[in-house]
Design a protein around this ligand. Sequence first.
Ligand code: GLU
Ligand code: ZN
Length: 296
Amino acid sequence: MPGIIRFAPSPTGFLHEGHLLSALYVWAAAKKWDLKIHLRIEDHDQGRARKEYIDGIREDLAWLGFKYDSESIQSSHFNFFQNVLDKLTAKGFVYPCTCSRKQLQSENPISETGEVIYQGKCRTQTAPCSEPHSLRIVIPDKVINWHDERLGDFSENPKKQCGDFPIRDRDGFWTYQFAVCIDDLTEGITHIVRGEDIRNSTARQIALSQLISDTCQGDLPIPAYTRPLYLHHPLIVDSSGKKLSKREHAYSLRQDKDAGKTAQEILGQILYKAGFLGNNTPIALDQAIAIVAESL
Ligand code: GLU
Ligand code: ZN
């Protein structure tokens, strides 16, 4: 059976250069490893997702020429996420956390990357809880050894990196970590290629996926966990060498498109900025994918 790779944009804006570079890596990996491509619209954050962005992502991918084999949208899985939550809760792996953002910052150590390392203050609290709260997962205190196809080997303990993390936020929305783990499991994803800005999430996703699979298998349609292959790609850097985070990509591809640029020009521009081409010259999508595939 061929493996499956996914491209998983969050519809909190239109596609920008960061997405486009990720898409090129995903399509390149699919070419290299002969994989099916799945488009997953990650609209777990219902406070920020918009229909116009969902439509826009599909339109822009089509306009650029990216073709995929299947598609899903996270919001159609929310009932299932609830079933998984119920199961994890029944087994004692979930607790409500009433700490405010301010408390979280002041009462816990902060990691080198600026993240709160939650010490488990609310762990003894039991549901139901009438105050505003997030739901946290009891993550095992265990080192995860994992391999990145580009960056090599990592040994990370999520309990030490971030502690028990939220699977549902204070607004009642499913978190990225929870949604992505369930979807990667149920959609049979075998290859995960994404920007290195999310590399830190990998150990926690491995730990959470294992826990979800072990807890729900047999009762819910969740398969035994087989760890996917991981590759985290470099990001585009600005002229001072600083990585552009997704939020810092100032404009969307639509703005270039509306200003009259062709798809080939936009593809050439991104490969140039990412250091694949010495000049900013137009390039066809097939060629662009082949160039990125060479680097894998
Ligand atoms: N939805 C995430 C994003 O757009 C990507 C998630 C992933 O590839 O794991 O940043
Ligand atoms: Zn708390």
